[in-house]
Write a protein that binds this ligand. Structure first.
Ligand SMILES: N[C@@H](CCC(=O)N[C@@H](CS)C(=O)NCC(=O)O)C(=O)O
Length: 411
């Protein structure tokens, strides 16, 4: 029997999240594996009747959400009609289908900037309030997982609920569980959307960018506050402090005044060479563009390894405390051996065999801090990449290894 568990400890967190009404039960790795192959035989997109999707939604609705559910019912049909007519009014297939995404003329991948860039602040249009904002994420997405980690580090679980999409991003983009009931994916009980694109088109019917996660949604103004993870984590770090009950978590500051310059400098090359670097390697469409990108990835990893080597405290990339630089680096490194080595062809070496300091730092964060382990779902991560990019992996076969997905700490 293969050990498919690979250190995935998502279950406890997700089950406690169900009580607060955000995600359906996580059924454990073995069940997961079986249900994936069963669901894998269904058509890519199938729509449950509205009554069935309501049933599904009601199993995951918290009392606050139930209240908004009943308010919603009154205008539901009108709202649905509006959403579907907006979505149907123009063809957004070139924006939703990643396999139709064009690279630059020389085969390089260029990431488009995010469009919704509002801030949450007192006396502003978007004020800090409990149960006003909703976070939409994918467990697969490294950018979205930055926001999940920060939400947990700051103790925002009761203030900002979240919904996770199915990892299988198809021709209509990211689907919710009523369209693709993948384990640990949720139904959108706020907007009753079928795909993430519906939220964007509700916020702006003329939206012409990509339909990405994370999305921070405002229930009051019925719009997207922000869809840029680097900004959402700064909002989470500071904007809700007065509402956070846990005194320790309220004090957590992952962007401290004294380290900002160092954090910003590191973020810049880590983003270009590692976070976005792996995508430049994987999405390159010429040999030359790929080789340039993959070399930059490993030059940057070498630089991170040397940074740790020179430090006394090897548990954090900057100083003696956890900062957003750790959060931003972690989400890429934890995906590296399970996905980027194979799927994105970043295969000069693995983290576990080539980078002892990075490997120690990764395992230390994962095995000792639940904000990192409970937001890492290897099933979503591996399924997403290997399934969602048929232009890279036409068979959609998801590799079983590496075994385990993350190694034990062994200090
Ligand atoms: N700059 C954005 C990037 C987010 C992003 O690219 N998310 C990917 C998932 S990993 C996505 O949703 N892609 C969908 C698409 O491009 O169609 C951020 O950091 O928030």
């Amino acid at each position: 029997m293969l050990d498919l568990e690979g250190g995935n400890r998502l279950g406890a967190e997700v089950e406690s999240e169900i009580d607060r009404g955000v995600s359906p039960p996580y059924s454990g790795p073995e069940k997961h594996y079986k249900s994936r192959s069963r669901i894998g035989r269904l058509p890519i997109v199938f729509l449950l009747p509205r009554s069935a999707s309501k049933l599904f939604a009601s199993t995951s609705a918290s009392s606050a959400e139930e209240e908004s559910q009943s308010q919603f019912d009154a205008g539901e049909q009108e709202e649905e009609l509006k959403m579907s007519s907006q979505a149907a009014s123009r063809d957004v297939g070139h924006q939703t289908d990643i396999s139709r995404m064009q690279s630059e003329g020389d085969g390089t991948f260029k990431r488009k900037p995010s469009s919704f860039r509002n801030w949450i602040e007192k006396d502003g249009k978007f004020e800090p309030e409990k149960d006003r904002y909703h976070l939409y994420v994918s467990y697969a997405c490294p950018w979205a997982c930055r926001t999940l980690i920060t939400r947990k580090l700051k103790g925002l679980e009761k203030i900002i609920p979240f919904t996770a999409v199915s990892p299988r991003m198809g021709e209509h983009g990211w689907p919710f569980a009523n369209v693709d009931p993948f384990p640990a994916a949720g139904v959108d009980s706020i907007n009753h959307a079928e795909h993430i694109k519906d939220l964007y088109l509700k916020a702006d019917p003329n939206y012409s960018g990509r339909f990405t996660v994370p999305v921070l949604w405002d229930k009051k103004h019925q719009t997207i506050v922000n869809n840029e993870s680097s900004e959402i984590i700064r909002i989470f770090n500071a904007a809700f402090n007065d509402l956070i009950e846990d005194k320790q978590k309220r004090k957590v500051d992952i962007y401290p005044e004294g380290l900002r310059k160092e954090i910003d400098e590191l973020n810049e090359w880590v983003y270009d060479g590692i976070n976005n670097g792996v995508y430049k390697s994987g999405f390159a469409s010429t040999q030359a563009a790929y080789e340039k990108a993959v070399t930059q990835v490993f030059d940057s990893l070498d630089r991170v390894e040397k940074t740790f080597e020179a430090k006394k405290n090897k548990e954090f990339i900057i100083g003696d405390q956890l900062t957003e630089a750790d959060v931003r680096l972690f989400v890429t490194i934890v995906r590296f051996d399970p996905v980027y080595v194979g799927h994105f062809k970043c295969n000069f070496r693995t983290i576990r065999n080539g980078y002892p300091n990075i490997h120690y730092w990764l395992r230390k964060l994962y095995w000792t801090n639940p904000a990192f382990s409970t937001t890492t779902n290897f099933d979503h991560i591996k399924t997403h990449y290997y399934w969602s990019h048929p232009h890279i992996n036409p068979t959609r076969i998801v590799p079983v290894g590496p075994i385990p997905n993350i190694e034990p700490l062994h200090e």
